[in-house]
Design a protein around this ligand. Structure first.
Ligand SMILES: Cc1cc2ncn([C@H]3O[C@H](COP(=O)(O)O)[C@@H](O)[C@H]3O)c2cc1C
Ligand SMILES: O=C(O)c1cccnc1
Length: 363
């Protein structure tokens, strides 16, 4: 278990890890978009948050009238977590490999949600414990599983570097390939224990306040999860101010890759729809790695995991949906994709009052 693959280059310099400065979305385009909304054939403000969302898309694209999205991409980052062996999940560790196969075969919830919304799904095996065998999607594999964060580091420094770089390269490749809207998705048994630890570490929350049922752990499992997060947090608190050290101590290769991906999407001025707790934990780290990245993200939903509310508060993001989704896997983000598609097209396609011959509202 958790054997190193050996690909990370120990000589990789720290400079490789730094993210370029994040520019902010275009405020002029946002203001122009809001002004355009007030001229469309509807009472001003009557489309509520769809108007704000449209203006955010305009700001991200740097044009008052957004282009409709043509290539929304969901990237599933799969990885095992050593802490799963502590009985913190309702599912045995080997489930991750099976889930990876299911997403590849198109049979998972994310496949259906993304396809319904008109997005495509890509799966990457960052750290699945495939027991010697290689999966079909292991180009970016860092190791098999990550260390059990309650008593050992999740990763070595070289592995954190490799995982961040993997996320950055995946974001670059997607943007260069024409992706205009990105979603990061988590897959890995034990992921919610790791995510809850990172959230408690970065927001100062008490361990018991962050622990939820994850994929459905029972009362005894919840107690084991609470003990694991408490122990992991003790180790995390020693490295709080250094996001790379935090990923090494308390993260995992898949979470680190998601953080690199989210940071680089912002560097590449590409909007991102954030999913639930696990992606949210990666987003907290990404904001530390690339300050200002959060301006390029919209929170799709509020997961029923308690720690997710802390993520949203910390990043000052207001979720679009609250559907009691507690899956991870990018499901909440995929469910909210149509709202973004609609918001972009509304600004581009609804007639103005002038075009429709409808008089302006009384001043
Ligand atoms: C069938 C199944 C499909 C999933 N899809 C996402 N998850 C989610 O649940 C797991 C994390 O929860 P925990 O920390 O409790 O293990 C991750 O795989 C996450 O993506 C799933 C879990 C299961 C069982
Ligand atoms: O909200 C999430 O990301 C989540 C919820 C349950 C299990 N895994 C992830």
């Amino acid at each position: 278990m958790n054997a190193e693959i050996g690909s990370p280059d120990p000589d990789r310099s720290l400079a490789d890890l730094s993210f370029d400065q994040v520019a902010q979305p275009d405020e002029l385009a946002r203001a122009e978009a809001l002004r355009r909304h007030s001229m469309l054939v509807k009472p001003p403000g009557s489309l509520g948050r769809l108007e704000e969302l449209g203006a955010w898309i305009a700001a991200c694209q740097g044009r008052p009238t957004p282009r409709p999205f043509t290539r929304a991409r969901v990237i599933v980052f799969a990885g095992d977590h050593g802490v799963a062996a502590r009985g913190v999940s309702a599912n045995p560790p080997e489930t991750t490999g099976e889930l990876l196969g299911t997403v590849l075969a198109g049979g998972a919830a994310i496949n259906v949600l993304a396809s319904t919304a008109g997005a495509t799904v890509r799966v990457v095996d960052i750290a699945v414990d495939t027991d010697g065998a290689e999966s079909a999607v292991s180009e970016f594999k860092v190791r098999r599983g990550s260390g059990s964060i309650d008593r050992e580091d999740a990763l070595s420094d070289a592995e954190v570097h490799a995982a961040l770089l993997a996320g950055r390269q995946i974001a670059d490749a997607e943007v260069d390939g024409g992706a205009d809207l990105l979603v990061a998705a988590d897959l890995g048994v034990g992921g919610s224990t790791v995510a809850s630890t990172l959230v408690a570490a970065l927001t100062g929350a008490e361990p018991v306040a962050v622990i939820g049922r994850g994929s459905g752990v029972d009362d005894n499992g919840w107690m084991r999860k609470a003990a694991a997060v408490r122990d992991a947090l003790r180790r995390a608190r020693a490295v709080l101010s250094d996001p790379v050290a935090l990923l090494r101590t308390s993260g995992g290769a898949d979470v680190a890759a998601m953080a690199g991906f989210l940071a680089q999407a912002a560097v590449r001025r590409t909007p991102v729809l954030l999913d639930g707790l696990t992606v949210g934990a990666a987003a907290l780290v990404a904001e530390e790695l690339a300050p200002g990245a959060r301006s390029w993200w919209v929170a799709a939903h509020r997961s029923s995991e308690p720690a997710h509310a802390m993520v949203l508060e910390h990043l000052d993001l207001e979720p679009l949906l609250d559907l009691d989704i507690r899956l991870g896997e990018g499901a909440g983000a995929a469910a909210a994709l149509p709202l973004l598609f609609m918001s972009a097209r509304l600004l581009a396609e609804v007639a103005t009052r002038e075009q429709a011959g409808v008089p302006d509202p009384e001043a």
